[in-house]
Design a protein around this ligand. Structure first.
Ligand SMILES: [Mn+2]
Length: 422
């Protein structure tokens, strides 16, 4: 029997959303120390192997960082650099862990919708230089080889395994064909701008106003941190007038945002979209997860379609929707490696479905009926949002004979070990 050799180990992490630190309420990453320990454990357990760290998009969150006191800043190359420097300064331990990994392996950055700024070649170079800086001055070749081990890609298929961030599965976050905008109304721009999907502006603008507060109402710290996020608005109407006011403001802002964007001086937000397109996008951003829940369609829809349409792909690693899941279907395997940014999960009561017909109607009716339990004083403690402390990642092992193995794993900080997630 021929002996099979391990050719490459990939450790796939997604959605860290590193921001500019706690001074900004949009910062979602606080587990720097746990990431350092997880990296150390991986390097310890896999010393001497051909290791690749895959960061599957939204590793940096450029949309959560202010530039000239603005969150909705013009997406220029200069702003990208300033934001990057703020993120690097806010997360020195994470940067050091990446430097350490690079000393013995490779790092692949995938572009997500929150770190489209990685498309600027000079931003890529700045990150390469930062991660390879330990090698500077030793030998020129050591430094340049270390930089070559850092790679930036948008998607990759290797040996039947597809790696993607996954934002193209949602219409409002799908990437435009042109990477940069170089002209406006037939005139060339003084400097190119990043061509950003409209959904990004909703996250940065509406999301920030709801999280930080505005003239109308105080901010709600759950915005951006609770899954599913529509629950924040639904819940506010159940409680008292203070929180109901927040719900009303959120609803008003939802209606005003497309109007504001339509008439804004900042044309690069709307580009050539019509008012209705903007309106629909805002509406979908708020309640699409709720609609999908009611029509029984979940986030696996998009990768499943890719597996069906592409005979040569049998495994997909996909991030973006902040879920962890290892799913095996007749068309192939899908791994959602999970997110590392702060997330609280809402626990919903599960209704028992008994009807023989009208099952989808039953699901809707019983779901709303069961939601009472979440707000009644006797049972509400059972359904408090819980912090997701999973620290999950995907593993993909490629062997020299074409065989491959995939796994959903997690780092357990209490036991300081790596575990399988079943
Ligand atoms: Mn994303």
């Amino acid at each position: 029997m021929p002996i099979r050799h391990l050719a490459e180990n990939r450790f796939v992490f997604a959605d860290f959303h590193l921001g500019e630190g706690k001074k900004n309420n949009m910062e979602l990453f606080i587990d720097d120390d746990i990431f350092v320990s997880a990296e150390d454990k991986i390097m310890e357990n896999h010393a001497g192997e051909n290791n690749v760290l895959v960061l599957l998009g939204d590793f940096f969150d450029f949309l959560a960082v202010e530039y000239r006191k603005r969150i909705l800043a013009e997406p220029t190359e200069v702003s990208a650099h300033e934001k990057l420097q703020k993120i690097i300064a806010a997360h020195p331990k994470v940067m050091a862990a990446l430097q350490k990994f690079l000393a013995q392996g490779k790092i692949k950055f995938f572009t997500g919708n929150h770190d489209l700024d990685l498309r600027w070649p000079s931003v890529q170079l700045a990150i390469k230089q930062k991660l390879a800086e330990k090698f500077r001055g030793l030998t020129d070749t050591g430094y340049s080889q270390a930089m070559e081990r850092v790679e930036f890609i948008e998607e990759e298929t290797k040996n039947g395994v597809l790696f993607i961030h996954g934002n193209n599965g949602e219409a409002i976050h799908a990437l435009p064909d042109e990477k940069f905008i170089t002209s406006h109304l037939g005139r060339p721009l003084p400097e190119p701008l990043l061509n950003i999907p409209y959904g990004n502006h909703i996250a940065a603008d509406l999301g920030k106003k709801l999280a930080h507060g505005s003239l109308l109402c105080k901010g709600n710290r759950w915005v951006g941190r609770l899954e599913p996020h529509w629950y924040i608005y639904a819940e506010s109407f159940w409680k008292n007038w203070k929180s109901r006011w927040f719900g009303l403001c959120a609803f008003t802002m939802l209606l005003l945002t497309p109007l504001r964007h339509f008439f804004s001086r900042r044309w690069w937000v709307r580009k050539s979209a019509s008012f209705w397109t903007l309106f629909r996008a805002n509406f979908e951003a708020m309640i699409l997860t709720a609609i999908n829940l009611l029509r029984g369609r979940d986030y696996t829809h998009y990768p499943l379609q890719i597996l069906k349409d592409n005979q040569h792909i049998d495994i997909i690693f996909i991030g973006h929707i902040h879920e962890f899941r290892h799913m095996v279907d007749k068309h192939g395997t899908i791994i959602f490696p999970g997110n590392w940014c702060t997330t609280y999960d809402v626990q919903f009561p599960t209704p028992t479905l008994t009807w023989k017909r009208w099952r989808s109607a039953e699901r809707v009716i019983k779901f709303f009926w069961a939601m009472r339990k979440m707000f009644s004083p006797e049972t509400r403690h059972l359904y408090k949002p819980k912090k997701r402390e999973l620290y999950s990642f995907g593993v993909c092992k490629f062997f020299d004979d074409g065989y491959k193995e995939v796994e959903l794993m997690r780092y357990n900080p209490k036991k300081d070990c790596l575990e399988k997630i079943n």
